[in-house]
Design a protein around this ligand. Structure first.
Ligand code: COA
Length: 168
């Protein structure tokens, strides 16, 4: 297993099919699902893993498994993906943390690690984070690593998407 990002309490590594149970607990949660236009059933979670494994091959990055250093347990995902943001393909930092592990600074710690990784290992001049405009936890997490409001735009999935950005 190769550690891609290491922080004080966490390490991030590539996810794989064996992470299904852990990731299902993260994504198939009503609190988390309220911000998405679809239900995270078993099929969606398996597709999520497969899509990220394909991203690693295609771009060298994706959403990685966020694991506790103390136990090795996977408690969420965080990483870099290419997303269509208001018609442009841009690098986005995304994060999902299992509900019982939230409010402990893990998303902030993981996102900061991913941001540092991206500025060292890619040439992107800016990194973005997007979510539904009402997703305060996600917006606050982006801002906690230094991102700032960039724009809001109407889109089908979110109604209105809120975009945060940080420049290198
Ligand atoms: C967004 C999410 C990853 C945050 O995880 P977390 O580990 O609880 O976040 P942290 O503890 O690192 O907190 C980061 C910042 O967000 C704030 N925050 C966290 N949850 C919050 C909430 N429910 N409401 C308001 N602010 C919140 C924290 O206070 C902190 O800000 P601060 O440093 O200014 O105090 C988590 O809530 C989650 O998984 N949500 C569902 C998935 C999701 O919506 N992901 C983004 C999709 S685009």
């Amino acid at each position: 297993m190769k550690v891609i990002v290491e922080t004080d309490r966490l390490f991030l590594r590539q996810m794989n099919e064996d992470d299904f149970d852990a990731l299902y607990l993260v994504l198939a949660d009503t609190e988390i699902m309220q911000h998405y236009p679809y239900i995270f059933d078993e099929k969606k979670v398996r597709e999520w893993i497969e899509r990220n494994m394909n991203r690693y091959k295609e771009t060298g990055f994706g959403l990685w498994a966020v694991c506790l250093k103390k136990t090795g347990e996977m408690i969420g995902d965080c990483g870099l993906t290419l997303q269509n943001i208001d018609g442009e393909i841009l690098p986005e930092i995304g994060y999902h943390i299992r509900r019982d592990c939230q409010h402990k600074g893990y998303a902030k710690e993981a996102a900061k690690g991913v941001m540092d990784w991206a500025f060292i290992n890619t040439d992107y001049p800016a990194l973005y984070s997007c979510c539904k405009y009402t997703n305060e936890a996600s917006i606050r997490t982006a801002e906690s690593v230094g991102m700032r409001f960039e724009r809001e735009y109407p889109d089908e999935a979110n109604g209105t998407t809120h975009v945060s950005v940080i420049y290198r």
